[in-house]
Design a protein around this ligand. Structure first.
Ligand code: GLU
Length: 310
């Protein structure tokens, strides 16, 4: 990281419900990393997908964070207020010829993939078969906008380095295909919103759950098309339930009781690879946790030593 660039990290919850033991790990890990680097820590409410958001969950998440002593250094931002910025980014990509309108329904995509005898599941997501690449089929009432990912013989292959997982590689063309930036119903896709916001907020370090690692190559491709810098990445271990599934609200994770902060912070610390801390006050707990986090990276316990260059 260049000396001139101040560390800026963020926690970016989707307000589909209150904070739970799983999302707390991302909140705490991103906070610890920012504090250990002497940087800023921001909170961004990722409510672009309005129908999936739970009313009041944003306020509850912010209340829980405050109760746990995780206070952002700047006022939180809401993605639902930022549609104009996403529109500007899309307009730029349109002017560059990087995106195209697509009128395919899910059924159209399934039929096209079946006709091409291509497997059509990958984490239950479909690799878009390219139907509308060279022009819309029919006259759909509404269109989505897709980002071109590669041309025949020239796939988009993204290499990136995760601070914990090590070197990563994804052939975006083969594994993802042209992905949606704006849905036909007008909703902005997570990929576009996160890239525009990380750049505008000057985020230098993305620290989030490992379940999101698979999005990183897409986001890097988009950053390159938009001329935006790529932050460093750290994907944290996930909390799993008894069936080995990622803990999430959909799988019935209970909301956190924040009345005794160390009781919920210590299990999160253990998921992050650190020993629980017994401290008389929350500020003391925090100071020790930040030191333990910094020490963990310095002695190479967390990183791939040969690659970590903080
Ligand atoms: N909003 C995303 C989530 O809650 C996280 C996005 C990110 O950290 O990049 O899963």
């Amino acid at each position: 990281m260049s000396a001139a660039l101040r560390y800026r990290g963020r926690f970016a919850p989707s307000p589909t419900g209150p904070l739970h033991a799983g999302s707390l790990v991302a909140a705490l890990g991103s906070w610890l990393d920012a504090r250990a680097h002497g940087g800023d820590w921001l909170v961004r409410i990722e409510d672009v997908d309005g129908p999936r958001c739970a009313p009041g969950a944003d306020a509850e998440i912010l209340r829980q964070l405050a109760a746990l002593g995780l206070a952002p250094d700047e006022p939180p931002q809401w993605q639902s207020h930022r549609g104009a910025r996403y529109g500007q980014a899309l307009a730029r990509l349109q002017a560059q010829g990087d995106v195209y309108p697509c009128g395919c329904s899910r059924r159209d995509i399934a039929l096209a993939l079946a006709a091409q005898q291509r497997p059509h599941t990958r984490h239950a997501e479909w690799v878009y078969p390219g139907t509308c690449r060279d022009g819309l089929h029919g006259t759909p009432a509404r269109v989505a906008w897709r980002l071109r990912c590669g041309e025949p013989g020239q796939p988009v292959v993204v290499h990136w380095q995760d601070r914990r997982l090590g070197p990563q590689r994804q052939d975006v063309t083969a594994e993802v295909g042209d992905f949606v930036l704006q849905r036909a119903d007008g909703l902005w896709a997570y990929q576009l919103a996160v890239v525009v916001d990380d750049a505008e907020q000057g985020i230098t370090h993305v620290v989030r759950g490992e379940d999101l690692a698979d999005n990183t190559a897409r986001q890097i491709h988009l950053q390159r098309r938009l001329g935006l810098p790529t932050p460093r990445h750290l994907h944290l271990p996930l909390v799993r339930d008894a069936r080995g599934e990622k803990l999430s609200k959909q799988h019935g994770a209970p909301a956190l009781d924040t009345s005794q902060p160390p009781e919920v912070l210590n299990p999160a610390l253990q998921v992050l690879g650190l020993a629980p801390i017994d401290a008389p006050t929350l500020p003391e707990w925090q100071a020790r946790a930040v030191k333990a986090w910094r020490d963990g990276w310095q002695d190479g316990r967390f990183s791939r030593p040969e690659q970590e260059t903080t």
